[in-house]
Design a protein around this ligand. Structure first.
Ligand SMILES: [Fe+2]
Length: 297
């Protein structure tokens, strides 16, 4: 098309857990006197994003479950007030106002059709939002210089729930090719937890700091998550993928790992050796294992 080639300018696994959307005073109480480090971690990620200057934040959304297709949000603009059906007693009235990137969604669909991958764009701006996207926009979004909306466009990608791991890798590879053709600078944000087993409703904390890792659902989940974080820091995505069916699929990661697997698929799959930089403490949220990890390219 005669344009400059687009590129993936950075990638991250990012927590979006709803407790982070509580007010600071409440979070500090929950943290036994200190806030979650994931909050400070958002600033660390924002600094990384500012350094690489993406045009688009492409968010792998682990609450947008689809069946039969990987879907990509292709609306031109999204605005409204978000209310979570899951915890509307505190996650409500969250304003959002951001531009999408329909051209990228169409390119992703084009590449998918060429490759026989089941990915489609959805261009209706009324499509429901989910908080893995909304919370990140709230915490990582950079207001535009005009004071309304955001400086970066946002594209969300679904977690198709009838997929094997290789299907997520294929979806990611399609996205990478479309980004190249787009001429855009794109940062990938895999919005979700590692191990994702909830503590039950009447569970009592092991540690008064709710975010403490000893409050994650099971010690074996903590061990597995921490080993995964080490492998990610070493850039051993090949090893994570090798262990996927035997370990991480059983543990299991949020949305079957659709966020990580599509992200790493876009970064080359098992050939990816990008080393992760841990940008937050590893923390509990309702029994799930949460961390921010940045992958510079
Ligand atoms: Fe979640």
């Amino acid at each position: 098309m005669g344009e400059t080639k687009g590129s993936i300018v950075g990638a991250a696994i990012v927590s979006h857990h709803p407790g982070l959307m509580q007010c600071e005073e409440f979070r500090v109480l929950q943290g036994n006197g200190a806030d979650s480090d994931l909050i400070a971690g958002y600033y660390r990620i924002r600094k990384k994003l500012d350094a690489v200057k993406p045009d688009v934040l492409l968010i792998f959304d682990t609450h947008w479950f689809t069946t039969g297709y990987h879907l990509v949000d292709g609306g031109a603009h999204y605005s409204g007030k978000y209310i979570s059906e899951e915890m509307p007693w505190y996650l409500y009235g969250v304003p959002y106002d951001y531009a999408g990137e329909p051209r990228l969604a169409r390119l992703i669909e084009d590449v998918a059709r060429e490759r026989g991958v089941q990915t489609r764009g959805v261009y209706d701006p009324d499509l429901q939002r989910h908080y893995p996207t909304i919370n990140l926009i709230n915490k990582l979004g950079k207001p535009s210089s005009t004071g309304t909306g955001m400086s970066e466009r946002v594209v969300s990608v679904s977690s198709c729930q009838n997929c094997r791991p290789e299907h997520y890798l294929q979806s990611g590879a399609v996205i990478a090719e479309a980004i190249q053709r787009s001429g855009l600078r794109v940062a990938l944000l895999a919005s979700g937890a590692l191990s994702h087993k909830f503590n039950e409703i009447d569970w009592k904390p092991n540690n008064p700091r709710i975010f403490d890792e000893s409050n994650v659902s099971r010690p074996e989940n903590v061990a597995s998550d921490k080993a995964a974080i080490e492998l990610l820091k070493q850039g051993r995505h090949d090893e994570i993928l090798r262990r996927w069916d035997g370990e991480y699929r059983k543990i299991f990661w949020e949305a079957f790992g659709a966020h990580y697997l599509q992200m790493v698929g876009a970064l080359g799959g098992a050939a990816c050796t990008l080393q992760g930089e841990q940008l937050s403490a590893y923390e509990n949220a309702r029994g799930t294992g949460n961390v921010h990890i940045w992958f510079g390219v």
